[in-house]
Design a protein. Structure first.
Length: 492
């Protein structure tokens, strides 16, 4: 567990390690209260890095003295040093493309009329017939409590095919011109548009996509993200190779774990410590056949795939737990199979999750972003079952946190704050019995215990200690530097 600064006071002697200056010769020293290191050094004040590894952790004075004259020094005694943040669930290409699409999220458009105005503005700057890709609407958050219609999109952007994606990515509204372009009959809404539209909409050119990917990687670096897991559904061989190429040429600076679709998975593989294809993502729905799902999961397991089952609530969650349970708890833990989201998970299912051995990857930041909607749509007696982090911990379920970006911002400290506050966007409590400590939430978003000599040097320097400030202050703590493999990838 990550420990608060004040919990470690009085243990100064434990923070001091004997350092041989000739041996250390560090390239980089990060100064600040160290969280996530060796529990025998609870008051460590600095981390020394040589090459791509942590060389020493200890008292700042001794580390700085032994580091040598070449060492670059970042941070100071007001800083806090933590293991690099791991975003365990995001959609990188979608995050990158958001910069070239029309943003219709609630911060930009609170009504159908405002959405249509933004689309009309985009159309005015495009040649006739050009596609308009827009995203972020949610009918439940709009003034009219409905989505725009295809006819309204046609009137806003005459002659332009328009695709307006729901904030979840699981629905879309298309203009009549878009349906005509695709050779499809007009309908009010498309559910699960990914499969239907994949490969049919124009994409940015290679160089433009590389530029967008670099900007997205920079955005993650500024938030302290040193590694991410890409869980984009339907990721084929080409999509995996694109990610791999961007990692190789450092367009993407983070370490990447890319989950494939089943047809594209040809065995777990990795390229050094920077890129890995660990397994397969499977989307579980109410229409999934439990028996067929269990067979598919078993086949993936035999193929040495780590299975990531998308299951939000209800039937899909029951089906996912059932499929993994057939493998046996030890097997599930060994393979590190996982369930994505588990957003609405009552106590009975929390204990079944613990029994089956799965890791849950979830997103408490949705409470602070969409909590008012949850409050309207979910009975009050179920609020404690929304993103129930305390329940998972008490049941013995391993938990990792992700942002699900671009649905929510890829900001780990906002996720940590949401886990400690359990409030909606209006500051109203939402299942407060599920609050956890900032230290526990940080551990779910980092490689806990990673700041010890010999480990790879993926480290973040924060302005202050998230475990020592009021929960409302956590989300606005600034990142001073992000270090990956001993290199300063980003610094303020």
């Amino acid at each position: 567990m990550l420990r608060r600064r004040d919990e470690a006071e009085g243990s100064q002697a434990a923070a001091v390690v004997r350092l041989d200056a000739a041996f250390l010769q560090a390239d980089l020293v990060l100064v600040g209260c160290v969280l996530g290191g060796d529990p025998r050094q609870p008051l460590a004040e600095a981390v020394a890095i040589r090459g791509d590894r942590i060389a020493a952790v200890g008292a700042a004075e001794e580390i700085l003295k032994a580091a040598g004259p070449r060492a670059r020094v970042l941070g100071d005694r007001s800083s806090t040093v933590v293991p690099g943040f791991v975003d365990a669930h995001l959609h990188f290409v979608a995050l990158a493309r958001r910069r070239s699409d029309v943003d219709c999220s609630r911060e930009r458009a609170a009504s159908v009329a405002e959405i249509l105005a933004r689309i009309a503005e985009a159309a005015a700057g495009l040649p006739g017939g050009a596609w308009i890709r827009a995203f972020g609407y949610d009918e439940a958050l709009l003034a009219e409590r409905r989505a725009p219609t295809p006819a309204e999109l046609d009137r806003a952007a005459p002659g332009h095919p328009v695709r307006l994606l729901h904030r979840t990515g699981h629905a879309a509204v298309l203009s009549g011109a878009a349906f005509a372009e695709l050779g499809l009959a007009v309908r009010e809404m498309i559910v699960e548009p990914g499969e239907l539209l994949r490969g049919k909409l124009p994409k940015p050119g290679l160089e433009e996509m590389r530029r967008l990917a670099e900007l997205a990687s920079d955005e993650l670096l500024a938030a302290g993200v040193t590694a991410f897991h890409d869980l984009t559904p339907g990721k084929d061989v080409r999509a995996i190779e694109d990610l791999h190429a961007w990692v190789r040429d450092r367009t993407i600076r983070q370490r990447v774990a890319a989950y494939a679709d089943r047809e594209s998975f040809s065995g777990a593989r990795e390229d050094g410590e920077r890129f890995v294809v660990p397994g397969v993502k499977i989307v579980v729905t109410e229409e999934s056949d439990p028996e067929e799902l269990a067979v598919e999961v078993a086949e993936c397991d035999r193929a040495a795939a780590r299975v990531a089952l998308h299951a939000v609530e209800g039937g899909p969650l029951v089906f996912a737990i059932g499929a993994l349970s057939r493998l046996g708890r030890d097997r599930v833990r060994t393979r590190r199979h996982r369930i994505e989201h588990a957003s609405l998970c009552p106590p009975a299912l929390q204990h079944e999750l613990a029994a089956c051995g799965a890791t849950v990857v979830t997103h408490p930041c949705f409470l602070s972003r969409f909590g008012a909607k949850y409050r309207r749509e979910i009975d009050a007696d179920e609020h404690e079952s929304l993103y129930p982090l305390r329940g998972f911990c008490e049941a013995g379920v391993p938990v990792a946190l992700g942002s699900d970006a671009p649905i929510a911002a890829a900001e780990p400290l906002a996720n940590v704050a949401a886990a400690t506050l359990r409030e909606d966007e209006n500051g109203e409590p939402l299942g407060p019995g599920q609050r956890i400590s900032a230290a526990d939430a940080l551990a779910m978003h980092t490689e806990n215990g990673a700041l010890i000599p010999g480990r790879r040097a993926d480290v973040v320097v924060l302005e202050t200690d998230p475990t020592a400030v009021a929960p409302r202050e956590i989300a606005v703590i600034g990142v001073r530097a992000t270090v990956i493999a001993g290199e300063v990838a980003w610094a303020r």
